[in-house]
Write a protein that binds this ligand. Structure first.
Ligand code: RIB
Length: 313
């Protein structure tokens, strides 16, 4: 069985329901604070393991109770945590406002995540084999993600980059990426253009991103589903209609499911459809890792809605 190596962040998420985002100088009452295990990397690792994959997480926590909480959550999901190191000081954390429609606004304090170095990653990826997958995001130092992708490419592993959160990247930053999975904001940041507003613009943006190196681009479009582009013309992959309560980590669940299904041998479009369904289940539940579905839950939603190919609405 191949292994998914997730190289990325671990955060304790402090989430508060709010009616709206406060303005500067304003104090608003919110709902009850909840603390969830989060971090884009850890969310992807937990979600992939819950979907049945063998997963090893590579990251950095602090020497605090939050770090122990984050390790425990990954262990409970079935993730191999032997690639997680500990530094003096605090673990990463995220302050999250959750809006009534499930949308959110997040501020991240990287703390220990910022201390994950290229040399840490080199050592902890030592067991990587051809056919494994390395899944990275941008919540750790850019040079660390770049090193992980370079090592993975050299080992013959599949590389997936979720370029989140949106950060400007060097021109050659995507050269070791097989599959790039931006959302509309990240796509706009990478191309220096406005976010794509319709199918034609999304297709053009996906092709422009492919020209930077990745063989395939899966553009995440939230409640509009996603768009898959490879050597064939870009295709819209339809969304699943659900009642969203919290969209935190929906993109992370999407990436995890995509990696799991590609590893299981699915073609890109089938894997992207599966990933849309997994993300849709996740937004019906609160929190980050707490919202990730298991395989049966995703298959139930897939069975409920037959494929409806066509352009993005
Ligand atoms: O993608 C959602 C995640 O972003 C949250 O869990 C938070 O920790 C931030 O990293």
């Amino acid at each position: 069985m191949s292994t998914i190596y997730v190289v990325g962040s671990l955060n304790a998420d402090y989430a508060v329901p709010v009616e709206r985002i406060p303005r500067v100088g304003e104090t608003l009452p919110g709902g009850d604070l909840a603390v969830y295990p989060g971090g884009k990397g850890a969310n992807q690792a937990a979600a992939a393991a819950r979907l049945g994959a063998a997963v090893r997480m590579i990251g950095q926590i602090g020497a605090d109770a939050a770090g122990r909480f984050l390790l425990d959550s990954l262990r409970a999901a079935g993730v191999d945590v032997s690639g997680i190191g500990a530094s003096p000081g605090a673990s990463g954390s995220a302050l999250i406002y959750v809006l009534p429609d499930g949308g959110n606004s997040i501020v991240v304090s990287p703390a220990a995540n910022a201390r994950l170095t290229p040399s840490d990653v080199r050592g902890r990826l030592a067991g990587l084999r051809r056919g494994d997958c390395v899944l990275c995001q941008l919540e750790t130092p850019l040079e660390t993600a770049a090193a992980a992708l370079r090592i993975a490419r050299a080992a013959g592993a599949k590389t997936i980059l979720d370029p989140a959160p949106a950060r400007p990247l060097a021109a050659d930053a995507l050269r070791d990426v097989d599959i790039l999975t931006p959302n509309e904001t990240e796509c706009a940041m990478l191309l220096g253009t406005p976010p794509p507003a319709n199918h034609a613009q999304a297709a053009a943006a996906a092709n422009a991103l492919r020209a930077l190196g990745p063989a395939a681009v899966v553009l995440k479009l939230g409640e509009r589903g996603c768009l898959a582009a490879d050597e064939r013309a870009p295709r819209a992959i339809e969304p699943f209609r659900v009642e969203a309560v919290d969209t935190t980590a929906a993109g992370d669940t999407f990436n995890a499911a995509l990696a799991v299904r590609l590893g299981a041998g699915d073609a890109l479009d089938a894997a992207a459809r599966w990933a849309n369904a997994a993300a849709a289940v996740s937004v019906t539940r609160q929190g980050a890792q707490t919202s990730a579905p298991n395989r049966a839950e995703v298959e139930k939603l897939l069975a409920r809605q037959p494929p409806t190919p066509g352009p993005i609405p």
